[in-house]
Design a protein around this ligand. Structure first.
Ligand code: ZN
Length: 200
C-alpha cells in the first residue's frame, strides 16, 4: 500500500469566502500531492513500506526525518480536508463532545479562544490541535508535520497554520484565518467521530 491523494470531500468553491478555490487548488492539488509523492519515494525499500499512514507516522518519528515530514503532513492533510465543511463552525457541537469539552476546557468559548491562541502562538509552520490525552481533551500545538500522534495523544481537530493554508486569502493575518476556521469551517461531526474513536 502506498500513499494516495484523497479527493476533497466538497467542491473547490464550497468553502468560500473563508477559504478560496485558489487556496484549495494550491493546497490540495500541489502541496498535499507533493507530500504524497515525496512520501512514496522515501518509503521505497524501507521497513515502513506497505504500512498504514498512521503507523508510518508513529514509527518514522525520530528515526527517518525526511519520511516522517512527508508522512506526517500526509496524515494531517487527509484529516484537515474532512475537518472542514461548507457552513461549518459555530456552536452546533454534538452533545457528548460538547459535554467533554465543557468539563475539560471550561466552556466552548474558552476552547475556541485557546485553540486560536495555540495556532497564533505556533512560531513558524505547524498546527494547532484538540487532542485526547489520557482520556482528557487538551489544546496543543506542534511544529511542521508533527501531530499529537507522536506525543502520546489522539488528534480530534487540527488547523493547518502553514502559510500555504492562509496566505492567499488572509496574507499575514493568521489570527483572522483561525477565527474564520473556528466560526465558519469546522466540521464538528467529523471531530465527534474522531473523539468517539479516541475515547474507545
Ligand atoms: Zn497544509
Amino acid at each position: 500500500m502506498s500513499f494516495s491523494l484523497p479527493d476533497l470531500p466538497y467542491s473547490y468553491d464550497a468553502l468560500a469566502p473563508y477559504m478560496s478555490r485558489e487556496t484549495l487548488e494550491y493546497h490540495h492539488d500541489k502541496h498535499h500531492l507533493a507530500y504524497v509523492n515525496n512520501g512514496n519515494n522515501l518509503l521505497k525499500g524501507t521497513e515502513f513500506e506497505g504500512k498504514p499512514v498512521e503507523e508510518v507516522v508513529k514509527s518514522s518519528f525520530g528515526k527517518n526525518q525526511g519520511l516522517f515530514n512527508n508522512a506526517g503532513q500526509h496524515y494531517n492533510h487527509i484529516h484537515f480536508w474532512s475537518w472542514m465543511k461548507p457552513g461549518g463552525g459555530g456552536d452546533k457541537i454534538p452533545g457528548k463532545l460538547e459535554k467533554q469539552i465543557t468539563s475539560d476546557l471550561g466552556s466552548i468559548a474558552k476552547m475556541k479562544e485557546d485553540f486560536i491562541q495555540a495556532g497564533t502562538a505556533q512560531f513558524g509552520s505547524g498546527w494547532c490541535w484538540l487532542a485526547v490525552q489520557n482520556g482528557k481533551i487538551v489544546v496543543t500545538k506542534t511544529p511542521n508535520g508533527e501531530s499529537p500522534l507522536v506525543h502520546g495523544a489522539r488528534p480530534i481537530l487540527g488547523c493547518d497554520v502553514w502559510e500555504h493554508s492562509y496566505y492567499i486569502d488572509y496574507r499575514n493575518r493568521r489570527p483572522d484565518y483561525l477565527k474564520a476556521f473556528v466560526d465558519h469551517l469546522v466540521n464538528w461531526d467529523y471531530v465527534a467521530q474522531m473523539h468517539e474513536k479516541a475515547m474507545a
